[in-house]
Design a protein around this ligand. Structure first.
Ligand code: NDP
Ligand code: 8X3
Length: 259
């Protein structure tokens, strides 16, 4: 039986690249996101290209009932999840604190914190049950950010949501110890995905300017690191990992000169 990875936010960026990386290494895929057509296209492509099986699980992670019903309703053979890549998330807006849009704040907290926690809770229950019955343990990989390690100007609620991810990553590592579940937090810096287009609400010029003078991470760079974390011996767990491109030191400092 092949191993199974469940990826939230698989319609784009890190989620999509990670789906391909794991499929290329023989994993079967459970893929989530809201854009159903993209999920179905990706599943068909991965099945044909890598001869693996796949299952689409389209839901909005903010919808508590949809999250728990979808995950608990998985067919028995798909409940044996080896790896959860808890990745769905977004930034909305880049405004000064007092000028920020409350709707943007609500969407970020509902998605990056509450939705993130719903998915992890549902899947960790499945992993704990499987560990109790078969002894086989799972691995949860949580998508944080350098924005969850250091606050930057006009990052306010996005940074707060990713600080919460960092706290929940640490909390899961502690509470899930008794089930031998590995928990890994991944904290990338700037990577060129649809992230900035979403953050700047379709303003492609501003989105592009984020990467001026640097060669940012690619989704494939991050997918390679995530895959590596899952290849370590059973007794070894990477708890926390920050990755940036060469020209980014942390959430604030970039070397955009001497291109
Ligand atoms: P993308 O915009 O390319 O991908 C985001 C993914 O999240 C999409 O598949 C989107 O799918 C999904 N998503 C968003 N909201 C929801 C929701 N409510 N329910 C289900 N799925 C949702 O960006 P990235 O790949 O860059 O972002 C992935 C994660 O990485 C995010 O958590 C982000 O905060 C984090 N990150 C990004 C960095 C970057 O520079 N790019 C750096 C550090 C962290 P759909 O719209 O189909 O629902
Ligand atoms: C995304 C990276 O630097 O835009 O989490 O916050 S950053």
């Amino acid at each position: 039986m092949s191993k199974i990875i469940f990826i939230t936010g698989a319609t784009s960026g890190f989620g999509r690249a990670t789906a391909e990386k794991f499929a290329a290494n023989g994993y079967d895929l459970i893929l989530n996101g809201r854009r159903k057509d993209r999920l179905e296209d990706l599943c068909r492509t991965m099945e044909k290209r890598y001869n693996i099986a796949s299952f689409t699980l389209p839901f909005d992670v903010r919808d508590e009932k949809a999250v728990f019903d979808s995950i608990y309703g998985l067919p028995a053979e798909w409940k044996n999840i080896d790896v959860l890549f808890n990745n769905a998330g977004l930034a909305m807006g880049r405004d000064y604190f007092e000028e920020a849009d409350l709707n943007d704040w609500n969407v970020m907290v509902d998605t990056n914190v509450k939705g993130f926690a719903y998915v992890a809770k549902a899947v960790s229950q499945l992993m704990a049950a499987r560990h109790a019955s078969t002894g086989s343990a799972g691995h949860i990989i949580n998508m944080g950010s350098v924005a969850g390690k250091q606050v930057y100007e006009r990052g306010n609620m996005y940074c707060a949501s990713k600080f919460a991810v960092d706290a929940l990553n640490q909390a899961m590592r502690i509470d899930l110890l008794r089930h031998n579940i590995k928990v890994t937090g991944i904290h990338p810096g700037a990577a060129e995905t649809e992230f900035s287009i979403v953050r700047f609400k379709g303003d492609e010029e501003t989105a592009k300017s984020i990467y001026n003078g640097i060669k940012p991470l690619t989704p494939e760079d991050v997918a390679d690191v995530i895959y590596y974390c899952t290849t370590l011996p059973p007794h070894v767990c990477i708890n926390d990992l920050t990755i940036t491109c060469l020209r980014q030191a942390d959430a604030i400092y970039f070397n955009r000169k001497n291109q």
